[in-house]
Design a protein around this ligand. Sequence first.
Ligand code: B12
Ligand code: SF4
Length: 352
Amino acid sequence: MLNVCLISPNYALRDEFGSPADPPLGIALIASVLKKNYNLKIIDANALNLNFKDILKKLNEFKAQIIGISCNYSPLHNAAINLAEFIKKNYSPQVKIIAGGNHASALAEYLLKSSQGSIDYIAMGEGEEILPKLLNALENNLDLSNLKGLLYYKDNTLINTGKAFISNNLNSLPMPDYSLLPMKKYLRYNIISMRGCPYNCAYCASKIISGYKVRYREPEHVIEEIKFLLDNYGHKHFWFSDDTFTSNINYNLKLLKKIKENNLKITWSCLTRVNVVNEELLSNMKETGCSYISYGIESGNQDILNKMGKKINLQEIKETIKLTHNQALNNTVFLSSVIREKIKKLFKTLLI
Ligand code: B12
Ligand code: SF4
């Protein structure tokens, strides 16, 4: 069996986000899917605060034959390239390096070209779909051109095999392989109940991976994963890192009912929008242990919200924050300044 190593590079914004935050769910899930046919190792260089030499030591110990680098965030662009370059120089020029994740999918050509040959393949979209096919093709010397979602060079020609396949069924996926992660290092556990988002904010990467498809997991599967984490690892706080956790209130009510039925003694938090919560939902959220909600508010200027395509208004923002506090729920807000904004306008956001 080939030895496949998946690496989450050390964060570019480590100082801002502190260390270590959440398990890298994407590669843990990919590992879970691949492990039937390959020996798997995950190096969470961020959680373990590893430098390139530390990573090299681990690659040598494991004798990695194929390396996947998770380039999930744009700030990791240089880190991913530098790491690939370092591995090719110091570990093996022959080892195949595949990059994937949100940034790699969004700016595949830019990443591949700037890596100047250090990255061999960009696997776009959901890794658990593309990687088993790619690894099988590499192992058996098969033609890659009919595998959707790949970018690579063949005889100096750039080949793009087109849009990645997006799976409709999250329920057939196994649980992420948490045993490959340094679980003691994380401050909380993130979990996803859905993928995709029905909105289309101008600055957001959600469409890159999920297109417009919004897919939900069966509440039972989500509960099973929470129980597994509770039974096997330390934390009792869960972060639903879904794109928009409350995009389907009926689904949420079912999920929260299951948390109650299973008497799960947890606290949790989530990311969502101000226009997709109501009093009934907020009260159920509070009752099941929600300790805070992070709303994507972005700006206190309606014209900027419009330019961002946020599809929310200032009135909704104020009402929802009030409704949230009425339920004795805390909230945090995401603010961004992605469009040229005068300082005076930025202050207006702080005052709403
Ligand atoms: C958790 C999270 C974080 C955590 C990271 C902790 C961690 N270890 O995961 C924190 C809070 C620190 C964070 C920070 C930031 N984040 Co963030 N984050 C997320 C979030 C909410 C969930 C990620 C997740 O677990 N997804 C679920 C798993 C199953 O999916 P996945 O990680 O995408 O992995 C799949 C694919 O991407 C792919 N894949 C991933 N790795 C690999 C590797 C290989 C080899 C292959 C083939 C495939 C592959 O396959 C996986 C399985 O399908 C996503 C939004 C979302 N819902 O995905 C945003 C998201 C990833 N973040 C985003 C951004 C922008 C940021 C910040 C840059 C924000 C900022 N301006 O500061 C920073 C960057 C931090 C840094 N690295 O320096 C964007 C990324 C877009 C981009 N092009 O950069 C996202 C997509 C949000 C969005 N909708 O725009 N984030
Ligand atoms: S609501 Fe959030 S996840 Fe959805 S498109 Fe807008 S920023 Fe992205």
